[in-house]
Design a protein around this ligand. Structure first.
Ligand SMILES: CC(C)(COP(=O)(O)OP(=O)(O)OC[C@H]1O[C@@H](n2cnc3c(N)ncnc32)[C@H](O)[C@@H]1OP(=O)(O)O)[C@@H](O)C(=O)NCCC(=O)NCCS
Length: 134
């Protein structure tokens, strides 16, 4: 199995990706268009591909200067523990030199710590109005 990594969103079948995310219980309600747009509007994206199928994602919102926020880090269940998310994260990290990278996770703390991330309490959050309006 040869996994390759791409930053080219043109390769992604967004409908299929949405189905795979739902099957993995890692879907947050975005429509196919919202899923595509959230990646299109991100400064950095990385996809892991098994032949033509996307089996991993990671994306970063960055101001291009000093701050970066990483989201949608996912490896499809049957491909986990093969270093795929590590490779995607390394590509994202290398793509934003000099920037402070922040992220939030509930149950993958150990994964991020292996990449060098350190806990930084306290995080605060708020949704502006109702979730998913665009
Ligand atoms: C977390 C996730 C992205 C890891 O993907 P992956 O491709 O399996 O990760 P890797 O194979 O690169 O793992 C690298 C290391 O992190 C460890 N690791 C993986 N997932 C972990 C987790 N949830 N908690 C702690 N450690 C984890 C692995 O055991 C491995 O350790 P090793 O190098 O000592 O063998 C994947 O489990 C996933 O998609 N989970 C559901 C979505 C999710 O929770 N994403 C993060 C949201 S912020």
């Amino acid at each position: 199995m040869a996994i390759r990594y791409t930053i080219d969103s043109i390769e992604i079948d967004w409908g299929l990706l949405k189905l795979d995310l739902e099957q993995d219980d890692f879907h947050n309600g975005r429509t196919i268009e919202q899923l595509r747009d959230s990646f299109a509007h991100s400064q950095r994206v990385v996809y892991a591909m098994n032949q033509q199928r996307c089996i991993g994602t990671a994306r970063a919102l960055s101001d291009g200067v000093c701050n970066c926020y990483v989201v949608d880090v996912w490896t499809q269940s049957q491909f986990r523990n093969k270093g795929i998310a590590t490779k995607m994260m390394e590509m994202l990290i290398e793509s934003v030199p000099g920037q402070h990278i922040y992220l939030q996770t509930d149950d993958a703390v150990g994964f991020y710590q292996k990449l060098g991330f350190q806990p930084q309490p306290e995080g605060l959050h708020l949704v502006s109005g109702e979730w998913l309006q665009n």
